[in-house]
Design a protein around this ligand. Structure first.
Ligand code: NAD
Length: 476
């Protein structure tokens, strides 16, 4: 580990001031990291701007080789980087290691896609002209990432940006900069030319945002994080008319219809809900279960929730770690208390935990008005609501009644229902019968308050491409 340094123009850089990174499980300081200021941020943009002409001109096959090497290095170090992630983020070691492997796969997929960033020829209206579309990188990209998936949120931006021929200045969350440093080490060793990838660690995200927004060399900002910060960045980007992708918060509904495989549905919900202690933008927030299967579903979900071992993610027996900080814990508690005050019931045996640990919690008798159904809980709380026969349209309307629109889940074995309901759900992603949400080839992203832009797949790369339209007169 590069002793908590930033990476600017191919050089590891330290600063006089450093900020502490804390282990959410123990509250202890894990490391101190360079606290970059405006000047160093601008130097990172200088480096990215200088590296841009060389990187975009490098043949795609050659760029792909370097990217593939970086993916291989990441995979090879998955366990070591996983341990770094667990220390600063809290998720169990197996989950963290799995995230590094999945993150590397995003880089690998983009490496392969590098060779398929095609242009087009459009039929012309005259024999004397030709119309070409030339794909060009948007330019220098600033990427801002959250703490909940400290590696994969980075590689999901980095892969497509580099594939398109862009250079990047990354600012990771101040809560999880060590995983980002580990990624930066792999990229450096893979042989990226200096300045193609720069890492700015800082405890002052607002200052970073002001600096890159004021710099007209930065042509695109790719952000993943809360809707509140996303809104602010959208406003800030207006002056320089920068391109923006914003992957924001979510409030995912789950619809379990009476014809579903109820055991599989409970297992799928438990996986999606309790992964990362519920700290995921795609985490199920409202679980609508048909009343004829609600008891069976609840029993199974409670059984799975109570089988979870909560504790320090470094312990190999632990299957759910702590919440990221005290504020997160307080919010989860507030949501549970609000639900109980308004008539919900606790279905799980609720053993209070110490530190930032919160028990996996299942609530029944929940209504759409409760806080837990209106705000992103970002914790291990599964609220169950019910619906009746003949209420398909009604339950879809309830699912859609949110300002968010990232992910929705649907459990049914009726093909007509799969088609109808997935078409009616106002979300960027619909998972049917437990199919995964974020494979590298899938265009992940939301609608409404969950933002715009896509990460993953061909569409993810296109987010970093400008198509130049060239209309050629042949001079005949
Ligand atoms: P956050 O918005 O607090 O922070 C995200 C990033 O923005 C961090 O790097 C942070 O340092 C930076 N930031 C904070 N204030 C800023 C400012 N004023 N200007 C510029 N940057 C600023 O979010 P978080 O708590 O780190 O992450 C959790 C949120 O992210 C949740 O809402 C979650 O749903 C969302 N999320 C969305 C996706 C998605 O793909 N849609 C994925 C993961 C997380």
């Amino acid at each position: 580990m590069k002793m908590g340094q930033a990476l600017v123009g191919g050089h590891w850089r330290d600063t006089a001031e450093r900020f502490a990174v804390t282990d959410p499980a123990t509250g202890e300081t894990v490391a101190e990291v360079a606290d970059c200021d405006r000047k160093l941020t601008t130097e990172a943009v200088d480096a990215a701007a200088s590296a841009l002409p060389g990187w975009r001109a490098m043949p795609a096959h050659q760029r792909a080789v370097i990217m593939r090497r970086a993916a291989e290095l990441l995979t090879g170090r998955a366990e070591a980087i996983g341990a770094v992630m667990t220390a600063e983020q809290g998720k169990p070691l197996a989950e963290a290691t799995g995230e590094v492997v999945a993150g590397a796969d995003h880089l690998l997929w983009s490496a392969e896609e590098t060779r398929r960033v095609y242009g087009e020829t459009i039929p012309s209206t005259s024999t004397d002209t030709r119309i070409w579309l030339l794909p060009e990188p948007v330019g220098v990209v600033a990427a801002i990432t959250p703490w909940n998936f400290p590696v994969s949120m980075i590689t999901r931006k980095l892969g497509p940006a580099l594939a398109a021929g862009c250079t990047v200045v990354l600012k990771p969350s101040e809560l999880t900069p060590l995983s980002a440093i580990a990624v930066a080490e792999c990229l450096t060793e893979a042989g990226f030319p200096p300045g193609v990838f720069n890492l700015v660690t800082t405890s002052r995200p607002q200052e970073f945002a002001e600096t890159i927004m004021a710099d007209s060399r930065v042509r695109k900002v790719s952000f993943t994080g809360s809707t509140a910060v996303g809104r602010q960045l959208i406003r800030q980007s207006a002056d320089d008319v920068k391109r923006l992708s914003v992957e924001l918060g979510g409030h995912a509904p789950v619809l379990v219809f009476p014809d579903a495989d109820v055991t599989a549905a409970a297992a799928g919900v438990a996986r999606a809900k309790f992964m990362n202690a519920g700290q995921a933008c795609t985490s199920p927030n409202r679980i609508y279960v048909h009343e004829s299967v609600a008891a069976e579903f609840t029993d199974e979900l409670v059984r799975l929730a109570e089988a979870i071992t909560v504790g320090n993610g470094m312990d190999p027996d632990v299957t759910m770690g702590p919440l990221i900080d005290d504020r997160a814990l307080a919010k989860v508690r507030r949501h549970v208390e609000d639900a109980l005050t308004h008539g919900a019931r606790l279905a799980t045996t609720h053993r209070e935990r110490t530190g930032r640990l919160h028990p996996p919690t299942v609530l029944t008798g929940v209504t759409d008005e409760m806080l837990v159904c209106r705000q992103e809980t970002f914790g291990p709380v599964a609220p169950i609501l019910t619906f009746g026969t003949g209420e398909d349209a009604d339950v879809v309307a309830r699912a859609n009644a949110t300002p968010y629109g990232l992910a929705a889940y649907l459990w049914t074995r009726d093909l007509g229902r799969v088609v109808r309901v997935s078409e009616e759900l106002q979300f960027g992603i619909v998972s049917v019968n437990g199919a995964p949400l974020a494979p590298p080839q899938g265009p992940f992203g939301g609608v409404k308050g969950s933002g715009y832009g896509r990460e993953g797949g061909r569409h993810g790369v296109e987010d970093f491409v400008e198509y130049k339209y060239v209309n050629v007169g042949l001079g005949r």
